[in-house]
Design a binder for this molecule. Structure first.
Ligand SMILES: Cc1cc2nc3c(=O)[nH]c(=O)nc-3n(C[C@H](O)[C@H](O)[C@H](O)COP(=O)(O)O)c2cc1C
Length: 433
């Protein structure tokens, strides 16, 4: 997928690896919102894979593809073995964590600490490359502590590149290993997108993706640049989780990230050319309702959207994508026609009810399966709370998911009730217009 993106100049969108957040339930949900996004697991320590319950650690639903497994570790042989096991589970990519600054990771001397040991990182990459045929990638910082990022980042990237790395995703800030908590290390060290751009300019044939502080698709697009120039991809972590409606706009702009879909699907192949449309509007219009995530990122409406309002018969396009997410089909003139769930009535309604009904139904069925397998509804719904930021009914949606989903015996009907709060509020709003 990375070589394809480089060849065609298309960009890849990824959700970031996030411990406790990007578990399989979040990823299943994220996949309902975007088919094209590349999804990352949480970091899984290589030793755990070698010694632990692999099905529990590595199991996932096939709908999650394209799916990258992030490993933590610093031992080339162990990482190679863990990568081989991950490839055997069907992951599309193995990524090495060179960015996590937590104490637990530091005591194991991996994660961000490895910025100080670039040759060891390269040895790890070489060992993993020798063990698997899928892409092996690195996610790193621009430096740690008193390192000069101009030197540290180039040194690391030069070495992993020589070791055959397929892509680097750069969280464009340093990690300060002493004195800052992991959370502070995601906000306080200043971002330096310019350095990442320069790195890419110096390595035009290496996939370089940008991570850190990207709140919206529009901002991500502005920072990575137009197709065929600039950086090769954008990775969003907190925004894609806390404001997950962001994901519904991804497929309008980013090419499918999956190796399989790129090779197999004619409609996906269409997306590889420069005809990918510029960023479209997100699926929602923000209504300031005091939601928990009030990032500078705005989900405000695009201009000129003519989609029918929620609840109308027209809002049920026949071309809806199979397992959820927006669909892409070829128009009669051969151009790419994107069908992205969108909103943007002036009154701020959620316009694409059918899309969200599909998401609801998929998540209800999924939650049913999780509960039947011994899990709890809240394991699934806790990841869904950020979906309807700023949309009428969103507060009620969050309340239902937060309170009712934790009650003993709670089942998928809670998801139905939560979605109803938004869908009905939208229908009421549309009727009032
Ligand atoms: C809760 C949480 C857990 C994280 N866990 C990981 C992890 O397992 N591996 C990793 O490389 N980065 C981890 N990160 C960092 C993110 O991948 C990302 O680099 C960081 O949040 C900056 O991107 P953002 O501004 O888009 O959120 C985590 C971030 C959060 C918020």
């Amino acid at each position: 997928m990375y070589s394809n993106a480089l060849r065609t100049g298309t960009k890849i969108f990824a959700t970031a690896p996030m411990i406790d957040w990007s578990d399989r339930h979040y990823r299943y949900f994220a996949r309902q919102l975007s088919k094209n996004a590349l999804l990352y697991t949480e970091m899984i320590v290589a030793d755990a894979i070698l010694r632990g319950n692999r099905d529990r650690l590595l199991g996932y639903d096939t709908v999650e593809h394209p799916l990258a497994l992030q490993l933590g570790g610093n031992d080339p042989a162990k990482l190679a073995e863990a990568a081989r096991i991950g490839a055997g589970f069907g992951y599309d990519e193995i990524n090495l964590n060179v960015g996590c600054p937590s104490d637990r990771v530091q005591s194991g001397t991996f994660g961000a600490c490895l910025m100080r040991e670039p040759q060891l990182v390269a040895d790890c990459v070489a060992a993993m490359k020798a063990a698997v045929t899928i892409p092996v990638t690195v996610k790193c910082r621009i430096g740690v502590d008193d390192q000069d990022p101009e030197i540290a980042l180039r040194d690391l990237v030069g070495r992993v590149r020589a070791a055959g790395v397929d892509a680097v995703w750069v969280h464009a800030r340093k990690a300060w290993l002493q004195g800052l908590s992991p959370k502070e290390n995601r906000d306080i060290p200043p971002l330096d997108y310019g350095l990442v751009r320069r790195l890419k300019a110096e390595n035009p044939d290496l996939f370089v993706g940008l991570n850190g502080g990207l709140h919206t698709l529009e901002q991500a697009q502005a920072e990575i640049g137009r197709p065929g120039e600039g950086l090769d991809g954008a990775m969003l972590g907190r925004a894609a989780y806390q404001d997950s409606g962001v994901l519904t706009g991804v497929d309008a702009v980013f090419a499918p990230a999956g190796i399989r879909s790129l090779e197999a699907s004619p409609s996906a192949a269409l997306a590889n050319g420069p005809r990918v449309q510029p960023f479209g509007p997100s699926s929602f219009r923000r209504e300031e309702d005091g939601g928990p995530h009030d990032a500078a990122g705005n989900l405000s409406a695009g201009v000129g959207d003519t989609r029918p309002p929620l609840g109308s018969a027209e809002a049920r396009p026949a071309e809806r994508g199979g397992e959820g997410g927006a669909a892409a089909t070829a128009g009669t003139d051969g151009s790419l026609v994107r069908h992205t769930p969108a909103s943007q009535g002036e009154a701020g309604v959620l316009s694409d009810a059918a899309f969200f009904e599909g998401v609801r139904d998929a998540m209800m069925a999924y939650a049913d399966g999780v509960i039947a397998g011994g899990g709890r509804l809240n394991h699934v719904t806790r990841h869904m709370v950020g979906l309807f930021q700023g949309v009428p009914g969103a507060r009620r949606y969050r309340q239902i998911l937060s309170a009712d989903a934790t009650r003993p015996g709670a089942g998928p009907e809670v998801i139905a009730a939560a979605f109803a709060a938004v869908l009905e509020a939208g229908a009421d709003r549309a009727a009032a217009e």
